[in-house]
Design a protein around this ligand. Structure first.
Ligand SMILES: *Cc1c(COP(=O)(O)O)cnc(C)c1O
Length: 354
């Protein structure tokens, strides 16, 4: 048994929680009372602390600001019917944070700092985990360069932080997506498989152009030929074609989503045929036209399942089957929600309770 780490705790003078209407929360606008911080310097992580959530001081020369030396994770905590906090597959987020850290020349974060920091923060801000149906506490761990040096090189000082915010149902309504055939999100040899800030800023402009044409989001295609489907916005993408669950195979251009992995596991457990492979745009369009594509959806922590109602490609819009008819995605959403809330047996061992 390892002792818990020494975390300095400075509590907020007066909680902000009475200002929150948990029936009406906007994603990412309201943060919980406290945040966790650890600092890396001279080869070690130290100064572990929890303090009130507030703006912080950072060097104007920080490479996080200039070169995007920053990485992040996103996961959720739920309240079960006994008032316990359920965290979904946080071990996967911890693993992925260190994969991103490696790509960005950041030190590995010790497991104990991640989990002790997270658990201590959640215990302190326990009341911020909402129990209104459809809501949860979004958890954002992140690491960024804390150097005071504008040169381009691996950084030496970092901050690891965790902030949290209560969220309502995100993307509840089905989305219209456009298959992007000019801009790219990731290329082979790049950093698409990491959650690093550098991947997200440049994706906003192409998405904005699509939104001006009436779409909600983009479907990214491969950076070489725009022939193969990769992801949808900041979610993985899945189709049901001829009764099989089809999704792009992982690689260095695709984020290894935990929701993606969970959906595939549940599908296999149910005995469904699952194909992880290259998914040509032409195959998807043909399957829509021939009525063989029955479902299309995004998979990610924010929405879990985001139904796609319409796909635009080269100026033509294709309406997909009505959301109510989509047997698999509706069922898998219920299954995952049930597991997260402790209402369905956790047969995969995905939930930890605090
Ligand atoms: C975070 C993310 C996903 C979804 O990952 P989850 O672990 O399921 O939340 C998919 N694609 C991109 C680009 C992402 O950033």
């Amino acid at each position: 048994m390892i002792d818990t780490l020494n975390i300095d705790i400075k509590k907020i003078a007066e909680s902000k929680i009475s200002q929150i209407d948990f029936n009406n929360i906007q994603f990412g606008k309201t943060y919980s009372d406290h945040m966790f911080t650890a600092e890396y310097e001279n080869g070690e992580w130290k100064n572990l602390r929890i303090e009130p959530y507030e703006p912080m001081r950072i060097s104007p020369a920080s490479p996080a600001l200039h070169y995007g030396i920053s990485i992040f994770e996103g996961l959720k905590a739920y309240k079960d019917s006994e008032g316990k906090i359920n965290i979904f597959r946080a071990d996967k987020n911890y693993e992925r944070l260190n994969i991103s850290a490696n790509r960005m020349c950041m030190p590995q974060l010790p497991e104990q700092i991640f989990f002790d920091g997270l658990h201590t923060l959640l215990e302190l801000d326990n009341k911020w985990v909402p129990d209104v149906p459809g809501t949860s506490l979004y958890i954002r761990p992140f690491i960024f360069s804390n150097d005071d040096y504008i040169g381009i090189r691996p950084s030496e000082r970092f901050k690891f932080m965790i902030i949290t915010c209560p969220v309502g149902a995100y993307y509840a309504k089905p989305v219209k997506v456009k298959i992007e055939d000019h801009f790219v999100r990731a290329v082979e040899g790049g950093s698409g498989y990491c959650k690093t800030g550098c991947n997200y800023g440049p994706a906003i402009y192409p998405a904005k152009l699509a939104q001006q044409k009436g779409y909600d989001q983009l479907i990214w295609t491969d950076g070489k030929e725009h022939k193969y489907i990769e992801e949808s916005g900041t979610m993985n993408i899945m189709f049901v074609i001829d009764g099989k669950l089809v999704t792009p195979a992982l690689g260095d251009t695709i984020l290894n989503g935990i929701t993606r992995d969970s959906v595939l596991n549940v599908a296999r457990d149910w005995g469904m045929d699952v194909e992880e492979r290259k998914v040509p745009v032409t195959e998807v369009i043909a399957a829509i036209k021939e009525g063989r594509l029955t479902e299309a959806f995004g998979a990610g922590t924010a929405a879990t399942i985001a139904q796609i109602e319409l796909i635009g490609y080269k100026g033509e819009d294709f309406q997909l089957p009505a959301v109510e008819t989509r047997e698999f995605s509706n069922k898998v959403l219920k299954e995952l929600d049930g597991i997260k809330l402790g209402q369905i047996e956790d047969r995969f061992g995905w939930v930890s309770k605090i």
